[in-house]
Design a protein around this ligand. Structure first.
Ligand code: C2E
Ligand code: MG
Ligand code: MG
Ligand code: MG
Length: 276
């Protein structure tokens, strides 16, 4: 009997492994063809000045719609794209598309605002990443000051000196750097003063804690960012209570469902027209 039960445990384990493996293989197979089949679209989420309620920026967020898989969340497919290296061509497409869209909006006469693009650590660590950014800005005619690159604390895992070098070169071009999901990684506070970071994005997990004891973390991050001359953005703002708290604590910019979820370019344009 003991033998049997251990055998069945084994089978259950294998089954769930198989399901996970099949799903992953399906993702990989479809991800390979997704660019060519034009299955990607960029959505844009407004970032709002907490004092004036104006839209002061947009974060580009990738959306994938596949005929067999349906909509797949970036939380699921981005890690797979990173593991397979597909994040490089996909990330190139994202950067080009976001820059081109922002340049187009400016040519159409809308008030210039920066577009923030998420950059995976694998992209950031490409030897020619900075050159790539320069080329894309030229090709799309976007002024570098209207591009923000969102990186996470993990960029510095391997080589802090290299990271500082790349950040310095990006700043020289005039591109701004935002540190995404701040507080969830494992960077030391020492990094923050060494790295040239323009924008600090408070992770939504801290924003969710507002109203509870732990929300002092949010306040502390805001003070930290301000003292280091950074702009502070709160992510995942969903309630008026959170908004009031953040405003009182001196947070410059808010992003979240309370104001708007990420939207296709056409709907952002409608929003611009209403605001004009
Ligand atoms: P992120 O960069 O931290 O983006 C914020 C995520 O929070 C987005 O999820 C956004 O839709 C979601 N969000 C915004 N407001 C709210 C809110 O009020 N409540 C809640 N619960 N969520 C909110 P999304 O679009 O599913 O993206 C997830 C993650 O996938 C992103 O996190 C980013 O790390 C990654 N990602 C998305 N697009 C790209 C991309 O183009 N390139 C790369 N490398 N990563 C991307
Ligand atoms: Mg982001
Ligand atoms: Mg984030
Ligand atoms: Mg995140």
């Amino acid at each position: 009997a003991a033998k049997e039960s251990s055998k069945s445990k084994h089978l259950v384990y294998d089954d769930s492994m198989n399901i996970k493996m099949n799903r992953k293989l399906e993702l990989i197979n479809n991800l390979h063809k997704a660019l060519e089949k034009k299955e990607f679209e960029l959505y844009y989420q407004p970032q709002i000045d907490s004092e004036t309620n104006e839209i002061v920026g947009l974060e580009a967020l990738l959306r994938w719609q596949n005929p067999t898989l349906g909509r797949v969340s970036p939380a699921e497919f981005i890690p797979v794209a990173e593991e397979t290296g597909l994040i490089i061509p996909i990330g190139d497409w994202v950067l080009k598309t976001a820059c081109a869209q922002n340049a187009t909006w400016q040519k159409e006469g809308y008030k210039p605002i920066p577009v923030s693009v998420n950059i995976s650590t694998i992209q950031f660590n490409e030897p020619l990443f900075v050159d790539k950014v320069v080329t894309i800005l030229k090709e799309t005619t976007l002024n570098p000051k209207w591009l923000h690159l969102e990186i996470t604390e993990s960029v510095a895992i391997n080589d802090a000196t290299l990271t500082i070098n790349v950040l310095n070169r990006l700043q020289k071009i005039g591109v701004k750097i935002a540190l995404d999901d701040f507080g969830t990684g494992f960077s030391s506070l020492g990094y923050l003063s060494k790295f040239k970071i323009n924008v600090l994005k408070i992770d939504s997990s801290f924003v969710q804690d507002i109203g509870e004891d732990e929300s002092t973390i949010t306040k502390t991050i805001i003070v930290l960012g301000k003292n280091l001359n950074m702009e502070v953005v709160a992510e995942g703002v969903e309630t008026n209570e959170q908004l009031d708290y953040l405003k009182n604590a001196g947070c410059d910019i808010i992003q979240g469902y309370l104001f708007s979820s990420p939207l296709p370019a056409g709907q952002i344009e409608k929003m611009f027209k209403l605001a004009a």
